[in-house]
Design a protein around this ligand. Structure first.
Ligand code: OSB
Ligand code: MG
Length: 368
């Protein structure tokens, strides 16, 4: 498989509404899109690095630099056995998993297209539709949150994730549970707590949450293990798991019972599949997280979520939950609590090339 040419673009895309997590909020996304060309095919991916280094140390600008100065110049024009090998020329680069994942994931799309199969099929997917949930950002008031939840439950989402932080947790979630006794809820703290907050986190045990995601430090597997030993609610790790070694350690320590797999956070689909297999062998559930992607990143997430171990609803919501207008055709829709896995070759949805080119605020081509 040869990657003959690549184009990297950045487009601004405004979320329908402000999205806030414990570390801060945002409405304007800077979406980085990669197009790879090879063997008569065109493949796409999205680099999900955030605008600031609050969720991960990677950012839009740093990923742009790593991709344009180091990764793409070393990958374009080379022959690779398959998507698992495309990054070998840059295996010496430490970290920068989201930047590298953009190339790896586009290479999987390319490989699927070369084989004439869907990305889901290429990755080993078994589902033709995936169960979906929704992630609700911090709201100014409890009533605003209840309204949002009402709306998403009516839209059919199978579980609702609530962002929490100290001061916006126990009483808010208690009110929510009283109002929606039967909804499947979970909470995501994005590392807002420490082990000193254990008494407060223990109060959540009364609320029948599916899990609490990343309550403690992004690099603190040991404290997560201590916390999990003291609370009944399952701990799910997000930020803490970036590699196979991280998961091995987490499992050994007992730091979690569930893992949120975001393919870009772990450097791409190859590692995502390894983590999926490790969890599945232990009969532990995984689900696919989201990074407020456009339809292009969403298509990759949907394909991954079609693997057999992704038994819990993912943060993979309809295009209209995020955007006035998505950049793929058809847009992703939720029906009966599921998103249908596209069946066409590769990611199976068409990027709106004209609009993407018109929106691009910067662009880099390889070879130039
Ligand atoms: O922690 O899962 C997270 C968005 C940006 C950064 C981190 C997270 C999130 C979400 C949104 O929860 C999930 C989505 O894309 O809908
Ligand atoms: Mg999270």
């Amino acid at each position: 498989m040869k990657i003959e040419r690549a184009v990297l673009r950045e487009i601004p895309l405004r979320l329908k509404e402000w999205f806030e997590i414990s570390s801060g909020g945002r409405q304007d996304r800077r979406v980085v899109l990669l197009t790879l060309y090879g063997e008569g095919h065109e493949a796409w991916s999205e680099c999900v690095a955030g605008e600031d280094p609050s969720y991960s140390s990677e950012t839009t600008d740093c990923a742009w630099q790593i991709l344009t100065e180091l990764v793409l110049p070393n990958v374009v024009g080379r022959d690779a056995g398959g998507p698992e090998d495309v990054l070998s020329p840059v295996s010496w680069i430490r970290g920068h998993r989201m930047a590298k994942a953009a190339v790896e994931m586009a290479a999987w799309d390319l490989a699927a297209r070369i084989d004439g199969v869907s990305l889901s099929r290429k990755l080993g997917g078994v589902r033709d539709r995936v169960p979906v949930g929704v992630s609700v950002g911090l709201q100014p008031t409890d009533d605003a949150l209840f309204e949002r939840v009402e709306e998403y439950v009516a839209a059919g989402y199978q579980r609702v994730k609530i962002k929490i932080k100290p001061g916006r947790d126990v009483s808010m979630l208690t009110g929510l549970r009283r109002r929606f006794p039967d909804v499947r809820f979970m909470a995501d703290a994005n590392s807002a707590y420490t082990l000193d907050d254990t008494p407060r986190l223990t109060e959540l045990d009364a609320l029948d949450l599916m899990m609490i995601e990343q309550p403690l430090g992004y690099d603190d597997l040991l404290d997560h293990a201590r916390l999990q030993a003291m609370i009944r609610t399952p701990v799910c790790l997000d930020e803490s798991i970036e590699s196979e070694g991280d998961l091995e350690l987490a499992l050994e320590l007992g730091s979690c019972r569930i893992v949120n797999i975001k393919p870009a956070r772990v450097g791409g689909f190859a590692t995502s599949r390894t983590l999926h297999d490790m969890m599945r062998a232990r009969k532990m559930p995984v689900w696919c997280g989201g990074m407020l992607e456009s339809g292009i990143g969403r298509a990759h997430n949907v394909a991954l979520a079609s693997l057999p171990g992704f038994t819990l609803p993912g943060d993979i919501s309809a295009s209209r939950r995020y955007w006035e207008r998505d950049i793929v055709d058809p847009e992703f829709e939720v029906a009966d609590g599921h998103i249908i896995v596209p069946r066409g070759p590769g990611i199976g949805v068409e990027p709106d090339r004209e609009r993407i080119e018109a929106l691009a605020v910067r662009q880099a081509s390889f070879p130039s």
